[in-house]
Design a protein around this ligand. Structure first.
Ligand SMILES: [Zn+2]
Length: 444
């Protein structure tokens, strides 16, 4: 085996823990994780990153790239540059907000063609489950999508309607027929409709319009359907910590349910959001500090499997100060790792926990067996982090297209010094290489 690169650090995070090591890379794959002072094979280049920590490249399974169709909101070029700069080496694109949405094989091919030349990191696709595309689900599965997203309440774009409970059952039955995965935006439409709806700049009014009950009920219904149909389901962007006991009980009982939460729910609180600051608007919403504490408990005890960005940008004109009408979505692709590391560290967690939540967990969710860990046989994808360094978020330094972010002005721990994709450095102190990402399809 021809080793062409050795990446050396005093702190490499492997599945067995953090240790000094030299990672031997051959043809883009990790050949071996060797002792720190292992001899560098003839012909191999040594890259010694000193005390910076080498993490497996992050896997972000929840990104709205919006390309083609709403490329002015975000695109594959800008989104994957932001990912690379932030230590993410694999992202999965959500099926909506692009035009066309990823709801037929033909549409998937359109999206893949657009992404191919622009991808700075590896890119895969989720399909979409709509009321009228049940016949398209199996062909999409066969074409390599990683699973199917559905909404249970209005999605925010008219071309991606939600499923009612009967339609959810029909789609879930179809998808479980080929052991596929349904990923669900779980807010119950009846609870949303019953909540007070007031427009204006007050965050408290917006929060009241998206109550915890909407999430709790939708999640309970989803668990019931998953149990009845023996289907695999995944709860997207969990905000309401009230749902954690029900989720934990379902998992313990053997229901095939997994859960993600997002950096904004875990690092930002309703109490700190200024009125009119709609860069903080997303659905479900950022809730109170006490809710956030419970979400961290859910991470600690394993009820929450992963942390992913739900990066969902728009143009600045759609972020009006009125919370009711502003576009809902938070842009954080480049900042997820330092945001989570800053808060995790404050709460007594370490970087191995962060790796479990942001690399290993999402890779497992998507069945990406070559990603998510530093061990022989996996892709040589790395995020190199100076965990002690701090920086203050300047939107002008972000790579995503519309430089709006809820993190502006925050001082965060953890600077990504370089990012590596299949043994090639794709980001170096914020300077990005030419695109070398590949389009991924589900393994099986
Ligand atoms: Zn989303």
């Amino acid at each position: 085996m021809d080793v062409n690169l050795v990446l050396r650090s005093t702190r490499v995070i492997t599945p067995e823990g953090t240790r000094p090591a030299s990672i031997a890379v051959s043809g883009g794959t990790i050949a071996a994780v060797l002792p720190y002072d292992a001899e560098v094979p003839a012909g191999a280049r040594l890259e010694d990153v000193g005390d910076d920590v080498v993490l497996p490249g992050l896997v972000d399974t929840h990104v709205h790239v919006n390309d083609p169709g709403r490329t002015e909101w975000e695109g594959f070029w800008t989104a994957t540059r932001a990912a690379a700069a932030g230590g993410i080496t694999t992202l999965l694109d959500m099926p909506l907000n692009s035009l066309p949405p990823t709801t037929t094989v033909e549409n998937l091919r359109v999206k893949q063609e657009v992404a191919r030349a622009k991808a700075h990191v590896d890119v895969g696709f989720w399909g979409g489950a709509l009321p009228d595309n049940v016949k398209d689900l199996r062909p999409l599965h066969d074409a390599g999508v990683f699973g199917f997203k559905c909404f249970l309440s209005p999605s925010g774009v008219e071309e991606f309607p939600e499923l009612d409970q009967e339609q959810l059952a029909t789609s879930l039955a179809e998808i479980s027929g080929f052991d596929g995965l349904m990923i669900v935006h779980a807010e119950d439409p009846h609870h949303l409709a019953a909540a007070p709806q007031r427009s204006g700049e007050a965050y408290a009014d917006f929060l009241a319009s998206r109550p915890r009950d909407a999430e709790n009920t939708a999640i309970e219904n989803l668990i019931n359907q998953a149990r009845r149909l023996n289907a695999r389901v995944h709860v997207l962007h969990l905000s309401s910590s009230d749902a954690l006991p029900v989720l934990a009980a379902a998992k313990a009982e053997g229901v095939k349910v997994t859960v993600e939460s997002c950096p904004h729910f875990l690092t930002l609180t309703a109490e700190e959001i200024p009125d009119g600051a709609t860069e903080f608007k997303c659905c479900p919403p950022i809730r109170e500090a006490v809710n956030q504490d419970a979400l961290w408990q859910g991470l600690a005890d394993g009820t929450i499997d992963c942390i992913v960005s739900d990066h969902s940008p728009s143009t600045t004109d759609l972020k009006t100060p009125d919370f009711a009408s502003a576009w809902g979505g938070i842009s954080s692709l480049q900042l997820g790792l330092p945001a989570i590391w800053t808060e995790a560290r404050r709460r007594g967690f370490d970087l191995t926990d962060v790796v479990r939540w942001m690399s290993e967990g999402p890779a497992r969710l998507a069945g990406l067996t070559r990603k998510g860990a530093i061990e022989a046989g996996r892709d040589a994808d790395f995020a190199v982090l100076d965990p002690e360094a701090t920086f203050t978020v300047d939107p002008a330094e972000l790579q995503h297209r519309n430089r709006i972010t809820a993190y502006a002005g925050k001082t965060l721990n953890g600077v990504v010094t370089s990012t590596w994709l299949r043994g090639e450095r794709i980001a170096d102190h914020g300077t990005l290489a030419e695109p070398s990402g590949r389009l991924l399809e589900r393994n099986n």
